[in-house]
Design a protein around this ligand. Structure first.
Ligand code: SAM
Length: 255
């Protein structure tokens, strides 16, 4: 079963435009960048380049570029580049190991992409790699879905969407059997069923699976500090203050 190969046809419409309003997310990211980059002024003076890891087809990058940012995109998936409209800026590589030999002003990894790294070792490598690609005094922003949120979603989660005549069903399950990850942690699996309307309302079923994991916020903070990042800010994307019941948390850290 392949991952994100067919769902790429529906992702932007379902996730980026109907599930979450992309504009509010871009506004939020812009606000975080301006607030927590000490060398940046509101008019954009002093800003250079953003390196966006796990950029998907560049939907966030394109919106950020409408402001005054210059964004370079990295994603592992070759399917993405077929959908991306700015292929010059797109690098297909693993964000845990890429070495661009350059430092950027902002590193961004948006929308629980870090949870797609299925081992704690990969999270550690990714934090180190982000540190390596960041200029001193500048910031790295990423977000996670929390263990609380994954546990909630696996209780009873099944969503249906109609996109261009096709029906898409998203379900989530948890797996106690760990991947090579930290002791006691689980992984969570999205099962995506795409009922594709082929001809005269005859449907073909295509399935894809996406595995994600998450870790307690305190462990992530400890690891970031071990990697020499200074923690500037944590924010619950929906409610502001981070609590034990936060679903999605943004981390803003400085080199
Ligand atoms: C949920 S999507 C996030 C998309 C985008 N950041 C957004 O805000 O909509 C997760 C992305 O992570 C990418 N990804 C997963 N593992 C990766 C890795 N090791 N290196 C680079 N990208 C990776 C996937 O290909 C996918 O595009």
């Amino acid at each position: 079963m392949k991952t994100y190969n067919k769902f790429v046809d529906y992702y932007d419409e379902i996730i980026r435009w109907s599930w979450y309003d992309i504009n509010s997310e871009v506004e939020f990211l812009d606000e975080m960048i301006v607030k927590f980059s000490p060398l940046l002024t509101r008019e954009g003076q002093g800003v250079g380049d953003i390196l966006e890891f796990a950029c998907w087809t560049g939907s966030i990058a394109r919106e950020l570029e409408k402001k005054w940012y210059n964004v370079f995109w990295v994603d592992l998936s070759e399917e993405m580049i077929k959908k991306a409209n700015n292929k010059q800026k797109f690098i297909i590589w693993d964000m845990t190991s890429i070495n661009l030999k350059l430092e950027y002003d902002i590193i961004l990894c948006n929308y629980n992409s870090v949870c797609h790294l299925n081992s704690w070792e990969d999270w550690q490598k990714f934090f180190k790699n982000s540190y390596k690609h960041l200029k001193k005094w500048w910031i790295f922003i990423f977000d996670i879905l929390t263990v609380f949120e994954f546990e909630n979603m696996t209780k009873d989660f099944r969503w249906f969407f109609n996109v261009k005549g096709d029906t898409i069903c998203l379900e989530m399950f948890s797996h106690p059997q760990p991947l090579p990850c930290k002791e006691g942690s689980k992984y969570y699996k999205w099962l995506i069923k795409m009922f594709i309307n082929s001809w005269e309302n005859k449907y073909n079923l295509v399935e894809e699976e996406i595995k994600e994991i998450s870790f307690p916020v305190d462990e992530i903070k400890k690891e970031l500090e071990k990697t020499w990042f200074k923690i500037k800010h944590l924010e619950d994307f929906h409610f502001g203050e981070v609590t034990g019941e936060s679903e999605r948390i943004y981390f803003v850290v400085e080199k």
